[in-house]
Design a binder for this molecule. Sequence first.
Ligand code: C2E
Ligand code: MG
Ligand code: MG
Ligand code: MG
Length: 288
Amino acid sequence: RAKEAGRSRAVIFRPEMAEAMERRRDTELNLKRAISGGQLKMVYQPVLTIDGAPKFNSVEALLRWEHPEHGPISPEEFIPIAETSGQMTALGDWVIAQVLKDISRWPGLQVAINLSPVQLKADGFVRRVIRMVAAAHVRPSQIIFEVTENVMMDATGYAGQALKDLREHGFRIALDDFGTGYSSLSYLRRFQFDRLKIDRSFIEGVEENSDAVAVIEAVVTLGRRLGLEIVAEGIENEAQAKLMKEVGCTHLQGWFVARPLESSGVGQMLDTSPRVEPIVRMLRGSAA
Ligand code: C2E
Ligand code: MG
Ligand code: MG
Ligand code: MG
């Protein structure tokens, strides 16, 4: 019976599948217009540095698409479509250009940009990035490129070489979503990263699970031995923030710390940074 169901699974065509395919096709067709037509924007999520006096000195650039009919579409949905429809390079270039425009107003702030393996593998990517960054008068050290573990799974080795070239030119490299890939630990040996970001799934529920804390503690110890900055992603409450500080994470990112901001909000944050104060008091453990 089970075998039969298994076999027929590939044959039955459900209406939801047609809908999903339709939406995918629509997204693919509209993406091109979105890139040129002002439907895209970047938001920036502050990352709190806590090794030393707490401060906001880096942000992560996150892409947003406001579709005229469908409303906001998640990058989790449209990035894979851009990748398979040959649009990732154009989309990625748009992101980099936009960030460079914003960044020139924020000296001293590091900005993390997510990169798709498709971008890294494309011919001439590194040369183009270097040219764009130089033209914008931005120092490479102000930019952190975030890559996930699947970048390292590229059998051609092009992506790895591109990463190496970027780092040699002074860009900083972060390993994103650490722990979700197949052989995360081996990547730490194969490439010299600057920053390691522990995936949100490891943080979730950590405040009520001592085994989960042990796993993170081990990752932090390893990362620090390798001289890396350690970012805990997806911090959603005070208990998680305190725990992550206790186990030695050097950076915190998540809705509890700060939501992603419009670019105008970033400037404001840098000017005033009063937002840090309550968090700092909390991490010190003293009541306000
Ligand atoms: P990511 O690089 O791991 O980014 C972190 C994601 O977690 C973001 O989702 C962010 O909004 C979300 N987040 C931050 N704090 C919290 C929290 O406390 N709780 C929860 N539940 N979520 C939190 P977002 O913006 O939807 O982006 C999703 C993914 O899409 C990113 O994951 C990244 O892989 C990709 N992405 C986003 N922007 C770009 C881009 O410009 N280029 C490329 N290639 N990929 C991008
Ligand atoms: Mg990221
Ligand atoms: Mg991540
Ligand atoms: Mg992610």
